[in-house]
Design a protein around this ligand. Structure first.
Ligand code: GNR
Ligand code: NI
Length: 169
């Protein structure tokens, strides 16, 4: 097991569109374990492969209070949605920023689990938000893309300044 480095906006690798996963092998299983370890360590409620520089369609989530409900999504797709609602959101790749945006309040999605079995699940609340957020990462999108350009540029400048400070020390 290993804790992987999480990329920060505006790293261009966060903009790559991830490739579908054709076969599930031991290397992928190890990678999934590393994603979970990195997500729990952060801590976060979800983590997509894109965030650690791997452009493949896999993400992990655990939105439970006791952090005992791990969910693996390989090649996830949303197949049905509810209404759009206002929610607050953050991202491990955009540290120290939270903002309000619109997400579907529930979604039905299809994905493969770590054994390659296809499943369908209905999610609401934070889990629904997380499914939409992680699939966004796999498509090279970030939640801040849904904010105004002015806000996004302000976040970019703040991040670039923070990265410069970190490089100095
Ligand atoms: O830890 C996270 N919290 C969160 C809160 C609201 C909506 C989505 C998320 S996902 C985020 C972890 C992350 O960046 N996953 O990609
Ligand atoms: Ni994120």
């Amino acid at each position: 097991m290993a804790i992987l480095e999480i990329l920060h906006f505006p790293d261009p690798r966060l903009r790559e569109k991830a490739e579908p996963i054709a076969n599930i092998d031991r290397d992928l299983e190890t990678f999934i374990d590393d994603l979970f370890e990195t997500m729990y360590d952060a801590p976060g409620v979800g983590l997509a492969a894109t965030q650690v520089g791997v452009a493949r369609r896999v993400a992990v989530m655990d939105c439970s209070d006791d952090k005992n409900t791990p969910i693996v999504m390989i090649n996830p797709e949303i197949i049905e949605t509810g209404e759009l609602v206002d929610v607050d959101e953050g991202c491990l790749s955009v540290p120290d920023h939270y903002d309000s945006l619109k997400r579907y309040e529930w979604v039905r999605f299809r994905a493969q689990d770590r054994r390659g079995e296809t499943y369908e699940m209905e999610a609401s609340g934070l889990l629904a938000q997380c499914v939409q957020h992680e699939i966004g990462h796999l498509d090279g999108e970030l939640y801040i893309d849904k904010l105004s350009r002015l806000k996004r540029e302000r976040i970019r400048r703040k991040r670039e300044k923070a990265e410069r400070q970190a490089a100095k020390s």
